[in-house]
Ligand binder design. Structure first.
Ligand SMILES: *Cc1c(COP(=O)(O)O)cnc(C)c1O
Length: 430
């Protein structure tokens, strides 16, 4: 049986991407080498012409990374994948690979702050404009966001930290009606809980730093192509894929590498070559160790998140709780549709008593550690108003959708009773 596409998600987590031959290492080899040796100049020249596949320099590609990228592509049900140095690099490459100066992006406004900054500020300096729409905007509002020069639509399956669930089918249909692909950042649910390609997404991105690694040890990112978007059918919009690349002797990516390979080959041969945001092979090895247990860990993160959300929603000192799998949550219906087995372990809640009460609660927690992180084995929490958003006044915070008394709690893999007891004793001190 192939470990790649036919096997269950569990078997793919453990075995996809690398199949050792006779006498070869059981665990993926860490190819800790910047360069690769060739017998003749012409043999190496063929690699530079993209006539032969192989490795020549780890700024572009490395075998360890490719084993792990192939596993993530198999998990998402895509045709090709690549690892990047971070989730930020993955989202940057996925957009910049098809959208250049003069282009336009439609993005959900409920996205990670780093991705918001990338789109609203850094890409804007490069001549790429973004129109943000609320994930629950009307069809008319979504329609009105598109322009003639729109090149892609971007959203997050479960937004960090807003915990809004994207209606992937609706956004995919709007994108396809305008002849552009949908890019979905699937970091929070991971392919164990949602595979956006099955709902119409064309490109999937990840911050592998979060649940995929899952142990808080390696920053990284990944991009997976569904192989479904027909670049040639929209050739006028995507000249980078459909007209000759003079930096590679005039090859046309969409013709030479087809639907299944064009996007990732272009991102590797142009963007990795020129920006060099590759994940180190040692980090790729750690990432693979995390992936081997992802299907076992995710249900536990979700069970702890669900139990915590239910506990908090019944507590008199808690004003409100956001968790898409909590009945009554605005995203409950979408969560049931897209995430029937659970979403993630991140819960956000507002403590009664304002900013000071939230600060007291944070100080009283014993198991949950204060960290700028989410989605690893150890429970951690963040009070945005006193950390990531501390420059803002209470009024500015509310305008940005971050209440001064909001706490984001990422439930790890510890015992459920212990986590609830910790938050309970901390609430008693508020
Ligand atoms: C953390 C995160 C990112 C950025 O990833 P890094 O690995 O920190 O660069 C992007 N998207 C989402 C949804 C995230 O949670």
């Amino acid at each position: 049986m192939s470990h790649n596409q036919e096997a269950s998600i569990d078997t793919r987590c453990v075995q996809a991407g690398y199949t050792p031959g006779n006498g070869e290492p059981r665990q993926i080899p860490i190819v800790q080498s910047t360069t690769f040796k060739y017998a003749t100049g012409p043999a190496m020249g063929a690699l530079f012409d993209l006539e032969a596949s192989g490795y020549f320099y780890t700024r572009l590609q490395n075998p360890t990374n490719d084993y792990v990228a192939a596993k993530i592509a198999a998990l998402e049900g895509g045709t090709a994948g690549m690892l990047t140095s971070s989730g930020q690099a993955a989202n940057f490459f996925s957009v910049f690979n098809i959208c250049e100066c003069g282009g336009h992006v439609v993005a959900s406004s409920a996205i990670y702050g780093g991705t918001f900054n990338l789109l609203a500020h850094t890409l804007a300096k490069m001549g790429i404009q973004t129109t943000f729409v609320a994930p629950d905007c009307s069809d008319e509002e979504l329609e009105a966001a598109f322009r003639e020069n729109t090149k892609c639509v971007l959203g997050e399956t479960i937004a960090n930290p807003a915990l809004a669930v994207l209606d992937i089918e609706r956004f995919a249909k709007a994108a396809h009606d305008h002849g552009v692909p949908l890019i979905v950042d699937n970091t929070f649910p991971t392919p164990v809980n949602c595979r956006p390609i099955e709902w119409g997404a064309d490109i999937v991105t990840h911050s592998t730093t979060k649940y995929m690694d899952g142990h808080g040890c390696a920053v990284g990112g990944a991009i997976v192509d569904s192989g479904k978007f027909d670049w040639m059918a929209h050739a006028d919009k995507y000249p980078g894929l459909t007209t000759p690349d003079e930096s590679y002797h005039g090859i046309v990516y969409a013709q030479k590498f087809g639907l299944e390979g064009a996007f990732i080959t272009k991102a590797t041969s142009q963007l990795m070559r020129d920006f060099g945001s590759i994940q180190g092979p040692q980090n790729a090895f750690y990432l693979n160790m995390g992936l081997e247990s992802l299907h076992v860990r995710m249900p536990r993160h979700c069970a702890n998140g669900q139990a915590m959300a239910e506990f908090l929603s019944n507590h008199p000192k808690v004003e409100s709780v956001s968790y898409p799998h909590l009945p009554g949550d605005p995203y409950y219906e979408l969560a049931q549709k897209y995430l029937p087995n659970g979403g993630c372990g991140v819960v956000s809640f507002n403590v009664a008593g304002g900013r000071a009460a939230a600060e007291r609660l944070m100080a009283a927690l014993k198991i949950a550690a204060i960290e700028t992180h989410v989605a690893d084995a150890r429970t951690c929490c963040l009070h945005p108003a006193s950390t990531t958003h501390r420059q803002m006044s209470d009024e500015e915070l509310i305008a940005a959708g971050v209440a001064p008394n909001m706490i984001r709690l990422s439930c790890g893999l510890e015992g459920t009773e212990d986590l609830i007891a910790d938050v309970s004793q901390a609430l008693d001190q508020v």
